[in-house]
Ligand binder design. Sequence first.
Ligand SMILES: O=C(O)C1=C[C@@H](OP(=O)(O)O)[C@@H](O)[C@H](O)C1
Ligand SMILES: C=C(OP(=O)(O)O)C(=O)O
Length: 436
Amino acid sequence: MARPIATTAVDATVTIPGSKSVTNRALVLAALAAEPGWVRRPLRSRDSQLMADGLRALGVGIEEQVNNDCGGVGGGEAWRIIPTGTFAGPARIDVGNAGTVMRFLPPLAVLADGPVHFDGDPRSYERPQHGVIDSLRALGARIEDGGRGGFPLTVHGTGALDGGVVELDASASSQFVSALLLSGARYNQGVEVRNTGGPVPSLPHIRMTVDMLRLAGVQVDAPEDGGEPDVWRVTPGALLGRDLVVEPDLSNAAPFFAAALVTGGRVTVRDWPRHTTQPGDQLRDLFTRMGGSCQFVDEGLEFTGSGKIHGIEADLHDVGELTPVIAAVAALADSESVLSGIAHLRLHETDRLAALAKEINELSGDVTETADGLRIRPRRLHGGVFHTYEDHRLATAAAVLGLAVPGVLVENVATTAKTLPDFPAMWAELLGQAAG
Ligand SMILES: O=C(O)C1=C[C@@H](OP(=O)(O)O)[C@@H](O)[C@H](O)C1
Ligand SMILES: C=C(OP(=O)(O)O)C(=O)O
């Protein structure tokens, strides 16, 4: 995708599709429930499709309805989830490169009536999975992993799991904890997850898991509610079928607010929730520190750029998925930025620290990798191909750079289909151009 620089300040209102994290949790919880439920305004993307297909392979009914009027809540698209109580095996599941699918489904597959074979994109072989697999084994599951501790692997479901207390190192991914908690209420003894490793990243995502479990009627003890630090406990019990409206994906608002910052323009994101567990909500603070300002308006959240972009020193441990777009904005700022607390990004869709440093430097930037992040010294950039390594967030970061730097070519912008298939058209509309 080649984008000329934005010649005028953007001024737009955008509708961001549903959150990947909320959609995929909602699907898992609805599949585990004792009664049917609804997921409204779900994200339609590669990651949510992989999740839905995985659950269907296990026998869960998912009926996709468009423009229905089911109960009047949410409106628009809705998926009706019909759980079967048990999960069917043998089954085959493709996890793609979706962290939520590769971590959340094996703990559910232990409840299947037979073997469930998992495989995925080449990158899924490299992403950490030990926190899920070793934990499930410790809780009584039989899993074959082909000798590498990860994919491809076979979970030998027996219809039930003892569960109980498990210790793991969750410093590589919060998804290890979320994964075990989501299915834990269906284990005979529930589950108690104890992190014995370093600090867990992306804690708001665990909070999201805990809140959504509670909405499904599950009793959860968590550290932030006065519980023991680094310990989460799920009491065994049935899950309720819920009617849930998915919030817009706030992490995918990042490139659009960045466009307001970079062009000195204004972007309103519709339906921004006033209260949310999504880490993307921290964009309000981060991008304000970088030179913009925001306010809630009737339609949603309005973000305005001042025409100036400041560097930032920020610990992004909780909000790692925002890093690529923040790094792109930082490369266009008037002072140095230091982004820290994000060593775990080396094991995301790609090694994001290496990829951002390499690609921005290829455009004549000055980015160095630190032990746990990036140091970004803004320099005048020139155009060139920005490689995206099949990482949706590298592609949106490159598009942001392309607003200010003539001749930036985003290689494989279609990779945004992981969480935002409409990105090329939405971006073209933002800039008042034809998609292409
Ligand atoms: O549970 C989730 O929905 C997510 C948790 C985070 O993963 P890590 O804890 O592996 O960073 C985040 O980066 C990812 O985009 C989504
Ligand atoms: C890390 C991410 O995704 P995943 O769910 O595949 O871990 C991300 O979306 O930034």
